[in-house]
Design a protein around this ligand. Structure first.
Ligand code: SF4
Length: 284
């Protein structure tokens, strides 16, 4: 079975309809000014409009059709370059020390509801880092980020990008403990929880030193980039942000994509931007 057949099989098994297909070798020769997604991708779904051309750091949000406010690099504040360390010398810890501290952390109230901390998973020298907002119910039980249906979709996104969980990829979250509401349902972390936990992710990023970071969803992007909480996700997409000089590309959270299939074409455009950014950095 070819890789293409495998991708189709994965997505069909999940009943997700559109299939992402990357034409080989295109990204190596892609000219940002001239590149059109239809030259990079094919979707086996005629009803889904293909996104407009990618232009690193110049893409207007209005081009995505979901926000009429243009993105400009000036609208994106510089990301933090220094670690914020609440209680311990997190910035000098190695992987084992960091994992041990996280596993017993009580820096915020999320420690009270967790089954276990969800530290992160993958290649500790990965070139690709994917960051979500926090563990959900399945992740809390299993101790691994992005398991369950959203995790399967993320794995399929990896396949479409020519990547694989655990190989040259690392997956982490902004918060390491599961946030829940009063009814024990998953929720996004609040700012105080994200701020308390962010030093752990910052140290993970330092240790990994990835080539590109992909922020999965608004909460992850806003926390990582220290942006105004009111910033809509449509303004975050389509441009290359920076975290301590590491390119950051923002796309939708896989759980959102499971509920909103029509936005999968936009997510694919985001991943193409990430791949183009990776190729540019690797070649430059
Ligand atoms: S979410 Fe982070 S800061 Fe809060 S208790 Fe868990 S590990 Fe500690």
């Amino acid at each position: 079975m070819s890789n293409q057949d495998r991708r189709i099989a994965f997505l069909q098994e999940m009943g997700l309809g559109p299939v992402w297909s990357q034409r080989t070798a295109v990204l190596q020769t892609l000219e940002p000014e001239a590149a059109a997604p239809e030259e990079v991708t094919e979707f086996i779904e005629d009803s889904v409009a293909v996104a407009t051309p990618l232009r690193v750091a110049e893409q207007s949000a209005s081009a995505w059709g979901d926000d009429d406010v243009a993105i400009t690099p000036a609208a994106v504040p510089a990301a933090p370059t220094a670690l914020v360390q609440p209680a311990t010398n997190i910035g000098s810890m190695n992987w084992d020390q960091l994992k041990a501290v996280v596993s017993s952390c009580t820096e915020c109230g999320l420690c009270k509801g967790r089954t276990q901390t969800v530290f992160g998973v993958g290649d500790q020298k990965a070139k690709w880092l994917f960051v979500g907002e926090g563990p959900g119910r399945n992740e809390d039980f299993q101790g691994e980020p992005f398991v369950g249906p959203a995790g399967k979709l993320l794995d399929n996104m990896f396949v479409a990008m020519g990547l694989k969980r655990g190989e040259n990829t690392y997956i982490a979250n902004i918060v390491k403990c599961r946030p829940t509401d009063e009814n024990k349902r998953d929720r996004a972390p609040v700012a105080a929880e994200s701020d308390a936990c962010l030093p752990y992710l910052q140290r993970q990023i330092e240790l990994i030193n990835p080539t590109v970071i992909v922020a999965l969803g608004k909460t992850a992007a806003l926390s990582l980039l220290k942006l105004d909480p009111a910033t809509p996700v449509a303004r975050l997409r389509g441009t290359v942000h920076r975290y301590a000089d590491i390119p950051v590309v923002v796309t939708y959270h896989p759980a959102y994509l499971l509920r909103t299939l029509k936005d999968k074409s936009k997510a694919w455009a985001d991943l193409c931007l990430a791949m183009q950014t990776y190729a540019d950095k690797a070649n430059g």
